[in-house]
Write a protein that binds this ligand. Structure first.
Ligand code: COA
Length: 367
């Protein structure tokens, strides 16, 4: 049975930064309150010309560059997002078109902030089963578009960004070692974005009632998160035949510093084993784990051979954890330039659209 290795990674974070002081000009809050309760100092907010798919494409190209893999070699693209480009088509299909992944299947996965763990596990299991060889998993968010900037309970928390992993099959042991995925829909109303779906299609009333914004019972989510983070980490480690003593890094979902601290206490692990960057990004939902992982690689902390655990939780309610041995790029036979495929992809996409248009004209004439 092949192993599923993480061989490429990349992130895309919009440059504009919104500090706590900036938010204090919009709602009745202050830097000290936000830092004390959440650990967040600032977050990145997408420019108008950026969106969930554009950030995803940038992160994807970087991940393919690290893996030295051509987009045309991808078999599967999974995008997970709490702020997808549209209800449909899937953001993954937009990415597929823009990077020129001509052979890949593509779909979106919705498990809120646990999405990246779910998606990496789905890609890894597809590789382990032998049905595919190369997968791209992306967590991408522009949650700033769904936040009510007049609601101090939620607007202080979220930020924008994207992170991507390439997963590849190999006979060498390592890569994704185990994963657990959990859900409890009885807590569905703790964290919601209700408007625009089938139950509450967009109307003037849904806009007026704020149904197109994130709504949250912060205390309920906090209690749930502190209950599940440590337990899920332990579960994934046990499945992989590891203990906390074997772990080099825990890379948790970055929602709140106090939630991460509680998990560390539960696991009896020192905080310096936890990768934490919530102070600079806020909660980037599905993108928070890959952004934290890539920063740890770039700082030289996370290295090949390290044993790691990703753990996260989110709306649904969902939660999960995944244990892995960090690998890195596979030995290259030749150097590929994934970014160059973008130009061809754009041309091919334009040609296909033109052909579809002409086909439409011709079929109307025939009628
Ligand atoms: N600035 C100042 N005061 C604020 C505030 C803000 N941004 N937001 C809320 N408050 C006030 C409340 O109105 C309340 O005032 P009151 O006592 O006069 O009624 C008080 O602060 C305490 O509010 P509370 O909601 O009980 O605070 P808390 O300690 O639970 O912290 C969160 C709020 C949101 C930071 C915390 O509950 C949390 O982090 N929850 C988890 C959220 C999360 O991670 N969501 C994403 C999951 S993927």
């Amino acid at each position: 049975m092949p192993f599923a290795h993480i061989t490429g990674w990349g992130i895309s974070v919009p440059e504009p930064i919104l500090t706590n002081d900036d938010i204090a000009k919009m709602v009745d809050t202050n830097d000290e309150w936000i830092r004390d309760r959440t650990g967040i100092r600032e977050r990145h907010i997408a420019r108008e010309d950026q969106s969930t798919s554009t950030l995803a494409v940038e992160a994807a190209i970087k991940a393919l560059q690290v893996a030295n893999l051509a987009p045309t070699d991808l078999d599967l693209i999974i995008v997970t997002s709490s702020s997808p480009e549209y209800i449909f088509p899937a953001t993954a299909c937009l990415v597929q078109d823009q990077i020129g992944a001509t052979k890949a299947g593509a779909f979106d996965l919705l498990a809120a902030c646990s999405g990246f763990i779910y998606a990496v596990n789905m890609a890894a299991q597809s590789i382990r089963s032998g049905s595919i060889k190369n997968a791209l998993v992306i967590g991408s968010e522009t949650l700033s578009r769904f936040v009510n900037w007049k609601d101090r309970n939620t607007c202080i928390l979220f930020g924008d960004g994207a992170g991507a992993f390439v997963l590849q099959a190999s006979d060498q042991p390592g890569g994704v070692l185990s994963a657990v995925m959990h859900s409890d829909g009885s807590g569905a109303d703790s964290l919601t974005l209700l408007g625009g779906g089938a139950r509450h299609p967009a109307t003037e009333l849904t806009v007026h009632e704020g149904k197109h914004f994130v709504q949250m019972d912060g205390k309920a989510v906090f209690r749930f998160a502190t209950r599940v983070m440590g337990a899920a980490t332990k579960e994934a480690l046990e499945l992989a035949g590891l203990t906390t003593a074997d772990v080099d890094w825990v890379i948790p979902h970055q929602a709140n510093f106090r939630i991460i601290e509680t998990a560390a206490k539960y696991l009896k692990m020192p905080m310096d084993k936890f990768v934490v960057n919530v102070d600079r990004y806020g909660n980037t939902s599905t993108a928070s784990i890959p952004i934290a992982a890539v920063e740890a690689v770039e700082k030289g902390q996370l290295k090949a051979g390290h044993k790691i655990v990703f753990v996260g939780f989110g709306a649904g309610l969902t939660w999960g954890a995944l244990a892995a041995e960090w690998t890195g790029p596979m030995p290259a036979k030749k150097h590929v330039h994934p970014e160059q495929y973008r130009l061809f992809a754009r041309l091919r996409s334009l040609l296909r659209r033109a052909l579809r248009y002409i086909e439409g004209l011709l079929s109307r004439r025939e009628l």
